[in-house]
Ligand binder design. Structure first.
Ligand code: UDX
Ligand code: UDX
Ligand code: ADP
Length: 470
């Protein structure tokens, strides 16, 4: 019979492992959940008495408040976490490789491998090991090989793939009622039994019909496929936004019209300055790398184009800003509203805002940034990485970080909206207008503001995917 899970360990207290396992603890009071991480500062933040958690996610503090100290624990004692658990989630980071074979495309599996080796080294009893991080196909197989080659007598490991589909900013809602939970296992009796054990954990709050059991490799590929197809929708709508701008059609109307087709559906069709986040680009490049390794160059080229369209969208938007500001922004002052890759998160990984600001800096403009959640130190780090030819000192001469949208816009020649934070919709635009240099330009990269209203105040407004000018 499938073992009944009573102790869970999650290796990696990041954007995925933290919220996911906090929700498991909340929904399963009979299971002890310990989230371990090597990063002491991160663990301290999860444990902070005033709930100053290391990641911003609506609803997360409430979940942690209810479960922490009851059956949810955060610790740096990775070995103890592993030893005591009967089920272990591996939820460490898997960034794109920066050097070596597959650099720029393949996933860096260093963290997954070292976590796996640690499990083999310290486990003294059998475990179900669950791959939670997004990884290339067949990683589970490598994990199995490592575990089997290093396990002690009497310990047995079952490997499952259980990719996480939560989106940042809505993680808690997504975890409370997921569209589906996907569990991949070997189709052996042991594999199926382990899959059942994990399924029983989720079934504490997720209805059975939403828990899908599939083969190990289908599960791994489905995660990459879901993200690739979501990103492809955005690149498709963004490609159409370029046609709209050139013809006078309106991308909102087009998206609305096509979304009514039940085969297409209305969600995830918002044209934007480009998608960001830790997953889309990374997963597509993984898929490209996989396709190439499998000698499928046409398939690789197809998916690569989704990322290229996204790069094009970002640079097209920067160019629109420069063109509109009379073909030069040298020495001009631009406010950038939003630095996170989407609203309701403090995460900046692959944020379109970073690309825009890099372009503005290379044109030697002055940039003032406001974001409601992103830490100042993170902005400096991201800009330093994005502008390797500039010293941080040089960047700081051109960039200013402030604490409100209205302050950011003061005396600027242009305002660029890069993230769809709700508060940007509610800005007092009349006050902003009165304090700006004239003509006052607004560039809406998120279809966020009421362009007509702003025009009636006096702004010159440019919106993604709308042909009508200023
Ligand atoms: C994504 C997937 O949605 C999630 O299922 C997976 O587990 C992880 O990757 P995430 O990256 O957190 O989640 O956010 P998502 O809401 O998918 O947005 C990704 C990017 O696309 C953001 O930059 C967002 O602004 C952009 N986007 C999204 C658009 O430009 N238009 C849209 O219509 C939707
Ligand atoms: C299509 C559009 O669906 C319709 O809205 C438009 O008005 C005309 O073009 P049609 O070409 O008649 O309609 O058939 P459709 O059902 O869309 O199929 C088109 C092709 O795609 C067929 O060869 C079909 O076999 C193929 N197809 C469709 C797939 O291969 N897989 C699918 O999942 C769906
Ligand atoms: P994700 O978005 O996938 O959750 P993050 O970078 O937010 O990625 O989180 C991954 C976490 O995993 C980091 O906090 C990192 O310190 C932790 N981590 C990486 N390798 C190990 C390891 N071998 N043992 C414990 N924690 C690890």
């Amino acid at each position: 019979a499938p073992i009944k899970v009573t102790k869970i360990c999650c290796i990696g207290a990041g954007y995925v492992g933290g919220p996911t396992c906090a929700v498991i603890a909340l929904k399963c009071p009979h299971i002890t959940v310990t989230i371990v991480d090597l990063n002491q500062a991160r663990v301290d933040a999860w444990n902070s008495p005033d709930f100053a958690l290391p990641i911003y996610e609506p609803g997360l503090v409430d979940v942690v408040k209810q479960a922490r100290g009851r059956n949810l624990f955060f610790s740096t004692d990775v070995d103890k976490g592993i030893r005591e658990a009967d089920l272990i989630f591996v939820s460490v980071n898997t960034p794109t490789k920066k050097s070596g074979v597959g650099a720029g495309f393949a996933a860096d599996l260093n963290y997954v491998e070292s976590a796996t080796r640690r499990i083999a080294a310290v486990a003294t009893s059998s475990k179900i090991v669950v791959e939670k991080s997004t990884v290339p196909c067949r990683t589970a197989e490598s994990m199995r090989t490592i575990l089997e080659a290093n396990s002690k007598a009497g310990t047995h490991f079952d490997i499952l793939s259980n990719p996480e589909f939560l989106a940042e900013g809505t993680a808690i809602v997504d975890l409370f009622s997921p569209d589906r939970v996907l569990i991949g296992s070997l189709q052996t009796p042991e594999g199926k039994s382990a899959s059942q054990s994990l399924s029983d954990v989720y079934n504490n709050w997720v209805p059975k019909e939403r828990i899908l059991s599939v083969g190990l490799w289908s599960s791994e590929l489905s995660k990459l496929a879901a993200n690739a197809m979501l990103a492809q929708r955005i690149s498709s709508i963004n490609a159409l936004s370029a046609i709209c701008e050139a013809t006078g059609a309106n991308i909102d109307e087009v998206a609305h019209a096509i979304g009514f087709d039940s085969r297409i559906g209305p969600k995830f069709l918002r044209a934007s300055v480009g998608f960001g986040g830790s997953c889309f680009q990374k997963d597509i490049l993984n898929l490209v790398y996989l396709s190439e390794s499998l000698h499928l160059p046409q398939v690789a080229a197809y998916w690569r184009q989704v990322v290229e369209m996204n790069e094009y969208q970002k640079s097209r938007f920067s160019k629109t800003v420069v063109d509109t500001l009379f073909n030069t922004i040298t020495g001009k002052h631009i406010a950038v509203l939003g630095f996170a890759f989407k609203a309701d998160t403090g995460d900046t990984r692959e944020s379109a805002s970073i690309s825009l600001i890099r372009d503005f800096l290379s044109e030697r403009a002055y940039v003032t940034i406001y974001d409601p959640q992103v830490e100042e130190a993170q902005i400096w780090l991201d800009l330093s990485e994005a502008c390797p030819t500039l010293t941080l000192e040089a960047i700081k001469k051109q960039v200013n970080i402030v604490h409100s949208a209205v302050e950011a816009c003061k005396q600027k020649e242009a305002v660029v909206i890069a993230t769809e934070w709700k508060e940007f919709r509610e800005i007092d635009w009349q006050t902003v207008y009165d304090d700006m240099s004239k003509p006052a330009f607004v560039f809406d990269g998120r279809l966020l503001v009421d362009a007509e209203k702003l025009r009636s105040i006096g702004f010159k407004v440019t919106t993604i995917g709308r042909g009508e000018r200023l």
